[in-house]
Design a protein around this ligand. Structure first.
Ligand code: PLP
Length: 421
């Protein structure tokens, strides 16, 4: 498989640069690692680069095939056909019928729609979720539990952020005994620490206790083979920009056994459920990116797991006191690192940005959150840590990982870092 390396830049002012291996780095005179001319992008859980293949599939719909899918003449009809083909591709990848797939604008919209539908249309009288869900679930659950006066319960977690299935079962049992019908909303793969959910097991519990089950699968769709026909799940959400598709397009899977009211009114699009002219090129790009991801899954997941393992090993070897958040065998695209707090670690994200290394402290949507990430706060024993989330894609290389760890070594070496007691 051909790996695309970040292209090397022709340096205009060589006197300001030094060569490190094959890579030119800007020399700022304050250490051996200055800003790289091209960023090293290790924030693929925030978003991913659009793949050239997805772009190519989208191009006709950004140019000559511009017809409105609701128009009756041929250039309209052909875009309608393209949307329905894309729906079939997505449905095939998830092992479900095309009629159960609704295109939306993003994962956040899909999560909002699933939760609202469950409480408004499906008679859910309580919500069970976890403290480490994305805010697109947590804030929505909080909002509707207030609006509909529903109890909202948080399932317990272990120290790696994996849900406690016995606690979930106990909550479901208690709620059934109290005559409540819960909505369970639990994510398949955590975007900050990579903990994974046994979706089959939760599905079985929900079936046993008469609950509606929604899973935010934004970090899992296209990263794992998911066959929904084998799972007891009512709703799942996914988002195109997390797997080299375009931004601004998501899907909501709605189990065909459910009858829910329209999400958006004002037109007959998406079988009268979500009005509004379709994001045709987005939908085409979503389907193409998902198709490619599933075709390349075996090789890509092995390759990306290798990068994650390399980063983990190098950090353990070179950064004293480093720890990791989340399970060792978690989501293979994410490595959440807990660096011992020091005078330098506070400014680590800024220094990495200045050095051209893109990473985040947590979820991109909450990067301005006061008091740090709600996910890290929900884990036990994370005081005294500076958390950095590295997240990988097939476009990353081992050289980028080595460069990044070398940079971290130079910043966090005890003599520079001034480790706090
Ligand atoms: N859920 C999870 C787990 C996510 O990681 C994200 C994005 O970071 C979202 C939901 C929101 O998706 P979108 O950006 O498509 O609204």
């Amino acid at each position: 498989m051909v790996r695309r390396k970040l292209s090397l830049f022709i340096v205009e002012k060589p006197e300001n640069f030094r060569k490190k291996g094959d890579v030119w780095i800007e020399w700022k005179g304050k250490g051996s690692f200055g800003a790289m001319k091209h960023p090293i992008y290790l924030d693929n859980a925030a978003t991913t680069a659009l793949s050239p293949e997805a772009l190519q599939a989208m191009m006709p719909y950004l140019t000559e095939s511009f017809g409105n899918p609701s128009s009756i003449y041929s250039i309209g009809r052909s875009t309608r056909v393209a949307i329905e083909m894309a729906r079939k591709t997505v449905a095939r990848a998830l092992g479900v019928k095309p009629m159960s797939i609704f295109f939306t604008s993003c994962g956040t919209e899909s999560n909002n729609t699933a939760i609202l539908s469950a409480v408004r249309d499906l008679g859910c009288t309580s919500i069970i979720t976890s403290p480490i869900e994305h805010h697109a679930v947590l804030h929505t659950a909080e909002h509707y539990s207030r609006q509909y006066s529903l109890p909202l319960e948080m399932v317990a977690l272990d120290e790696d952020g994996v849900i406690d299935y016995a606690d979930l079962e106990q909550k479901l049992k208690q709620q059934q005994e109290s005559g409540l019908k819960p909505l369970v909303s639990l994510m398949y793969a955590n975007n900050e620490i990579g903990s994974l959910l046994d979706i089959q097991r939760v599905g079985q519990l929900c079936r046993m206790y008469g609950a509606i089950f929604h899973s935010d699968c934004v970090q899992a769709v296209a990263h794992y083979p998911i066959n929904l026909s084998e799972s007891f799940v009512h709703f799942i959400s996914a988002s195109g920009h997390k797997f080299h598709g375009p931004k601004g397009v998501g899907i909501l899977y709605v189990n065909p056994s459910l009858e829910i009211a329209p999400f958006i009114h004002g037109g007959s699009q998406e079988r009268n459920m979500r009005a509004g002219t379709e994001n045709v090129y987005g939908i085409i790009g979503f389907a193409k990116a998902l198709e490619l991801a599933m075709e390349g899954y075996a090789a890509d997941s092995r390759y990306i797991s290798g990068l994650r393992g390399l980063m983990r090993d190098l950090l353990v070897r070179h950064v004293p006191g480093v720890r990791f958040n989340g399970p060792a065998e978690g989501l293979y695209t994410v490595l959440s690192v807990c660096f011992p707090r020091s005078s330098r670690s506070e400014s680590l994200l800024t220094e990495m940005d200045q050095a051209g290394i893109c990473v985040s402290g947590g979820s991109a949507c909450t990067s301005g959150e006061a008091g740090g990430s709600h996910v890290i706060r929900a884990l036990a024993n994370r005081d005294g840590c500076t958390t950095v989330r590295f997240s990988f894609s097939k476009y990353n290389t081992a050289e980028e990982i080595e460069y990044t760890v070398n940079f971290l070594r130079s910043v966090l070496s005890p003599e520079k870092a001034g480790v706090e007691a």
